[in-house]
Design a protein around this ligand. Structure first.
Ligand SMILES: NC(=O)c1ccc[n+]([C@@H]2O[C@H](COP(=O)([O-])OP(=O)(O)OC[C@H]3O[C@@H](n4cnc5c(N)ncnc54)[C@H](OP(=O)(O)O)[C@@H]3O)[C@@H](O)[C@H]2O)c1
Length: 314
């Protein structure tokens, strides 16, 4: 089978399409014929060696964490899935495993039946950003129709789910996006939308109960100036140092710095599927064929699009 691998950290140039043996299925796993996988910023952060502490430096490495496909074979002990099921899912250890191949063997506990009404490409776009949005929502605590939330970087994959989940909970949402994201942010439920290419959210006079940054461009120090006295800053892109620092900070100040480290689970996926059945949209901006995987990564890494980028394998 064909698989995308890399043997050293680096730019898109280190990615190679190679022939390798189909994986064998262990107990508790299923073999998936991959129809599509999505691209996440974490893919290139790992590939560039920015996350060595967690990814390790053992090669070859595969890339891609979430996928959709068809169950080809089930391992011993798997009772919830059968051959032929149309599914989507995520690898257990996304720092070390990857789904960028024609077939992958993955833990059955992180594979779910695909809703019939959505395509493989859309289903592949759900797990990483969708479950991160559910995690963020949980960290926000009790949300009412009076809770004012600012989502900075609101129309990437993560923001797409978060805006819609916040809308379901009636929060008062301000979305910060680039010009191309404005209409999407409104459609996904933002009450106010700011174009970061024209306005600076930090110099407005509005304060928020919760500020979440999904762009990597806003620090806790910046966010404090627009937080209410007992507000929370949610940091989805923490540096390793920010994890202990935020813990210490929270002992001494009422404006909390909360780090998000999402780990997909069935419980979170259930919340998402429920919302997807009620109409939550999944915007796939572009689908690339497998052979054009380098173009797909180039496009995704450059940014400047709304929603998700997906690679179609079969
Ligand atoms: N901690 C966790 O567990 C976890 C889980 C999943 C993802 N993440 C991280 O969360 C981040 C968001 O994920 P994603 O998949 O949504 O990424 P994404 O698709 O790249 O979205 C980032 C968004 O930020 C916007 N942006 C860029 N510069 C900005 C600025 N100066 N001000 C405001 N917005 C700006 C971009 O808009 P334009 O492209 O239109 O400029 C884009 O829509 C990524 O860094 C990802 O690695 C963390």
């Amino acid at each position: 089978m064909k698989a995308i691998v890399y043997n050293q950290f680096g730019s898109i140039d280190v990615l190679q399409l190679i022939d390798q043996l189909k994986p064998t299925v262990k107990a508790g796993q299923v073999l998936i014929k991959v129809k599509a996988f999505s691209i996440n910023p974490m893919d290139w952060k790992i590939r560039k060696g920015n996350m060595k502490l967690m990814s390790g430096s053992k090669f070859p490495k595969h890339t891609g964490a979430d996928f959709a496909g068809i169950v080809e074979q089930v391992g011993i002990g798997v009772s919830n899935l059968k051959k032929g099921d149309e599914v989507f899912g995520v690898v257990k250890n996304f720092m070390k495993e990857g789904v960028s191949a024609e077939y992958v063997a993955v833990t059955a506990a992180l594979v779910w039946k695909k809703p019939e009404h959505i395509s493989f490409a859309k289903a592949a776009a759900i797990p990483i950003v969708g479950t991160a949005a559910v995690t963020a929502l949980k960290k926000m605590g009790n949300i009412t129709s009076k809770t004012k939330v600012l989502v900075n970087g609101a129309t990437g994959g993560f923001g797409m789910f978060l805006l819609q989940l916040l809308k379901e909970r009636d929060a008062i949402v301000t979305a910060v996006a680039s010009t191309r994201g404005i209409e999407f942010a409104k459609r996904w439920g933002a009450n106010t939308v700011m174009d970061y290419t024209k306005e600076n959210v930090l110099t407005q006079k509005t304060t928020y109960d919760i500020v979440i940054d999904l762009s990597g461009k806003m620090s806790y120090r910046n966010a404090k100036s627009i937080l209410k006295a007992k507000g929370k800053f949610l940091n989805a892109i923490p540096t390793p140092l920010e994890i202990p620092i935020s813990f210490l900070n929270n002992l001494f100040t009422s404006k909390k710095h909360i780090v998000i480290l999402a780990s997909p689970s069935s419980k979170q996926t259930e919340v998402l599927l429920n919302s997807i059945h009620k109409g939550v949209e999944i915007e796939v901006n572009k689908v690339f064929p497998f052979a054009q995987y380098k173009e797909a990564y180039q496009y995704a890494e450059k940014g400047g699009y709304v929603g998700k980028v997906v690679v179609e394998v079969h």
